[in-house]
Ligand binder design. Sequence first.
Ligand SMILES: NC(=O)c1ccc[n+]([C@@H]2O[C@H](COP(=O)([O-])OP(=O)(O)OC[C@H]3O[C@@H](n4cnc5c(N)ncnc54)[C@H](OP(=O)(O)O)[C@@H]3O)[C@@H](O)[C@H]2O)c1
Length: 319
Amino acid sequence: MSDRKLVILTGANSGLGFEVLKQLLSQETPYHIILAVRNIQQTETKINSIVPSHQSVEIVKLDLSSLTSVKSFTQNILSRKPSLHINILILNAGVVKATLTKTDDGFEHTFQVNHLSNVILVHELLPRLIESGPDSRIILVNSSLHKPGTGSKESGENRPILDIENLDGSKMYFPLLFYRNSKLAQVLFGYQLDKFLNKKGEEERKVNVSIVEPGFCPTTELARESAIFTQFFLKYILSWAPFTRTSEQGGAVITYAAISSELENKSGLYINRLCQIDKSSDESYDEEKQKFWWKTSCDLLGIEEDWSGLIFDRKEILG
Ligand SMILES: NC(=O)c1ccc[n+]([C@@H]2O[C@H](COP(=O)([O-])OP(=O)(O)OC[C@H]3O[C@@H](n4cnc5c(N)ncnc54)[C@H](OP(=O)(O)O)[C@@H]3O)[C@@H](O)[C@H]2O)c1
């Protein structure tokens, strides 16, 4: 297994994640792919007949709505002997909760699954990603909905606005707003992570970070908590609209960010639905906000804001 690149893919059992899995399996390059999912049995059944003999797949339980589950996942990965190299971490899993729901950790569900749990996953797995370089990659699956000016009603309740006073939804809650906020928090985190990892002037990057917008792919299960009519409309009517993308196309953007040689040694990029380097929202480039939400996320998770203890020069350990 050591000669293979190791990929961790969250949300691999459905929608875009499942497409990414199929696309990785179809590569000539042999991978070992860890499918980090909630439902092991359903995933087993789904992948049963699609893994070609030159590829290797393993399913490991991960529930992003529980920090305990995230910790046991990372402990499982980090305790392997001989130790696993992690080359590509694809943080794809995501959710839109239809009603205000709190996790057992006390956070609003969408914010924890789409953002906070990813921060802790990166925090725990980062030393392994650095060690496995030089071209190890973190892919944050984002959405154009983090930008103002996208989506349905803009001026009203759905405009993304990260409000520290209302992270728990106690002042007001709209499902799409909280989804959009979680994705805005993720972009801010992605840029701050890139700056922290890849200091200007350093000849070699520590880890490449890409933020990916797969485009609007209405045939996935993302709207599964919406009204039946909405689901029907998305899957069978809106999916014919020219601006929509198939799940395969959406997955291809994520796969591109994960394995394309064009992105070697490139980091801090926002990649759009056409696999082009693009701009995220103006707000996401606000350095004060990047720092503020980095600190806030660390505080909420009870981890040090300063991650310098986690990073090291790869040459030091390789000799
Ligand atoms: N579809 C779009 O138009 C679109 C557009 C932009 C961005 N995105 C992003 O693309 C990513 C994939 O979404 P999708 O459209 O493929 O939706 P999807 O079909 O609903 O897939 C979401 C995946 O996330 C997993 N997931 C949800 N909650 C989880 C949890 N608590 N712990 C672990 N895994 C969890 C789901 O697992 P279960 O099956 O166990 O629930 C599923 O595998 C998301 O980050 C989404 O925000 C989607």
